[in-house]
Design a protein around this ligand. Structure first.
Ligand SMILES: Cc1ncc(COP(=O)(O)O)c(C=O)c1O
Length: 383
């Protein structure tokens, strides 16, 4: 009986936490509950170490919070002028004009439209592992496919193999750099050379969601190639280092002809965004203090995880992003995730068929400490 009880509690907890269905009880809102207490449900519940979303728990910055408060007062209106301001800021920073920049609801909306526009014309070519949600979605409703490169032991994107895999029926090459879930970054000059060559025959999409977390964001971006007039699209987001994941602001950069093509496929642009998100993005875009503090926290977290990985006899890929891909050796990443979830620590599960690789996102230092502390027990439990 005792066993049954503890089993069902554990199952309940694991199920609840891993599906993300955190405390959804609308009935209580219909009763006497103060509606403002509802705000506690907008992030992880207290006691949960959420290390599965590659978010920045230190965001929004103080400046962004102030801007959100002010801008929200005008939420009765659609976004227009403020969106233009953000587009101008992005254009200015990159030496482009605003017609090269389209805002979207997170970068997901832009990525989805890019995938839909491309799959209509041909297959999407991508590495074995990358942030594949949008390419998968498009491939799911088309006769054209998402074609993946074979995996390799180091989970590195092989640009030579990629180049040799390009045929006439490929309409888009999709690269995430730094990559997710691996955290690996491509060599800057090799990627540039690849892009210059391959963009002559098909469009290249570089998802730079984690660019700000690299050692040298300016030299690792492919945006300068867009200025050269190439067939290249770069997507960016305010969801990662800017700490605005819940405010859904992202953007794509490409030459105007390409943008026009992609705009036909769905809902992107200023009016699909929101005042709070735009205001926060404007406030944190050039907030050097906040960005460097966030980066320092990510780096501190990564050092802690790397040390724990080593101490526990494991290895991990070097990461230039805000997460680490840990090699569990002979152990199963799904079981590791469940074992961590029992301890209220939420991490990712298995990626494709790589059953022994486990991704942990950086988060608050205390939460990472909990992951580090739980690691020996959790590994022991699944051995
Ligand atoms: C590489 C990459 N691109 C894009 C996204 C989508 O993020 P958002 O829609 O919040 O910009 C994610 C989310 O984790 C990601 O990892």
């Amino acid at each position: 009986m005792k066993n049954k009880k503890s089993f069902s509690r554990r199952t309940f907890l694991t199920g609840t936490l891993t599906t993300g269905a955190l405390a959804i009880t609308p009935k209580s809102l219909r009763s006497n509950e103060d509606i403002f207490s509802y705000v506690t449900r907008h992030g992880p519940s207290s006691g949960i170490a959420k290390l599965n979303g590659n978010e920045n728990p230190y965001g929004p910055s103080q400046k962004a919070l102030r801007a959100i408060n002010e801008a929200s007062k005008k939420s009765g209106y659609y976004v227009h002028t403020s969106g233009e301001t953000l587009r101008s800021m992005i254009a200015e920073k990159n030496g482009l004009t605003t017609d090269y920049i389209i805002l979207s609801s997170g970068s997901t909306a832009a990525l989805t439209n890019i995938a839909l526009a491309s799959i209509k014309k041909g297959h999407i070519l991508a590495p074995d592992l990358f942030w594949d949600s949008t390419a998968n979605l498009a491939a799911g409703i088309s006769q054209n496919k998402l074609k993946r490169l074979p995996s390799n032991i180091k989970h590195q994107i092989d640009l030579g193999v990629m180049k040799n895999s390009i045929s006439k029926d490929i309409s888009l090459v999709h690269i995430t750099n730094p990559n997710n879930p691996t955290g690996s970054v491509l060599n800057n000059s090799e990627l540039k050379e690849f892009c210059r060559e391959v963009s002559k025959t098909c469009t290249i999409l570089i998802d730079e969601a984690y660019n700000d977390l690299t050692d040298n964001p300016k030299s690792s971006t492919m945006i300068p190639l867009i200025k050269e007039g190439r067939n290249i699209i770069v997507t960016r987001t305010f969801s990662k280092i800017h700490g605005l994941a819940g405010l859904r602001i992202g953007y794509m950069i490409a030459k105007p002809e390409l943008i026009k093509e992609i705009m036909k496929f769905g809902i992107i642009g200023n009016w699909t965004t929101n005042h709070a998100g735009i205001a926060a993005a404007i406030a944190s875009y050039n907030d050097k203090n906040f960005l460097s503090h966030s980066k320092a926290m990510v780096n501190e977290g990564k050092e802690m995880v790397m040390e724990a990985v080593k101490k526990n006899g494991l290895s991990a890929l070097p990461s230039k992003a805000n997460f680490i891909f840990v090699n569990l050796g002979s152990l199963n990443a799904g079981k590791f995730k469940a074992s961590m979830a029992k301890r209220n620590i939420i991490i990712s599960g298995i990626y494709r068929n790589h059953k022994n690789w486990s991704r942990v996102s950086m988060g608050k230092i205390n939460d990472i400490q909990r992951y580090v502390n739980a690691m020996p027990e959790a590994l022991e439990e699944i051995s």
